[in-house]
Design a protein around this ligand. Structure first.
Ligand SMILES: [Zn+2]
Length: 208
């Protein structure tokens, strides 16, 4: 049993290292357990100038960008970790649909690109209407699913940490975030505004 757990750990570490190398172009600095929440959580730390604070990998491990996380207060680290644990613990069927839609999103982008290229080469707009609508549908459905996923993760964070900690921590994280136009645009498209999460939380508090 111990051997099986050791092998599991080795395989997870190998794929997490690979994920960090591919997505962040850097290597793991350390693997440790943190007790920021009620349970101990294993995190794989690295350092990078990228916009991410922490993230769940497709194999369910949590990666942690020390360059961004080190300066944050404990409550902000708790918010980020609770948010990522919510992603990690999501129903596997839902996760499967989300990853499937990510492939559909990429195919939609490609279809859109091809449609624009054909338009530039002289194809009539009426001919391209159907492929463009399909592409928009493929891209749009993925964005909607991601927004639902992100709202769920934030909802679990506010539910467990409380409204006041959630708002304070969010303000702190926003002030430490990458505020380039590109990062701000991505946040607007993919993430729910924290004030909307607070509204959803208050609504469920009222009806429960
Ligand atoms: Zn998230």
């Amino acid at each position: 049993m111990i051997e099986l757990n050791e092998w599991r750990f080795k395989i997870r570490t190998f794929f997490t290292k690979l994920f960090i190398w591919v997505s962040q172009r850097t290597s793991i600095e350390e693997i440790n357990e943190v007790s920021l929440l009620n349970e101990r959580t294993t995190i794989y730390s690295f350092r990078s100038d990228s916009a991410i604070f922490a993230q769940v990998t497709p194999i369910g491990t949590i990666i942690w960008n020390k360059s961004r996380m080190e300066g944050l207060s404990t409550r902000s680290k708790q918010l980020i970790l609770r948010h990522e644990c919510s992603h990690r613990d999501r129903n596997p069927i839902y996760k499967g649909i989300l990853y499937g839609m990510a492939v559909s999103f990429a195919a939609g982008l490609l279809l859109l690109l091809i449609s624009f290229a054909l338009l530039a080469l002289g194809a009539s707009p009426s001919e391209l209407l159907t492929p463009v609508l399909i592409a928009v549908g493929m891209i749009g459905s993925f964005i909607i699913l991601v927004r639902i996923e992100e709202t769920l993760a934030d909802y679990h964070a506010i539910r467990d940490l409380g409204e006041e900690t959630f708002i304070d921590a969010y303000n702190e994280i926003s002030s430490e975030s990458d505020n380039s136009l590109h990062a701000q645009g991505l946040r607007k498209v993919l993430y729910t505004d924290p004030s909307d999460t607070v509204r959803i939380y208050r609504f469920f508090q009222r009806i429960s």
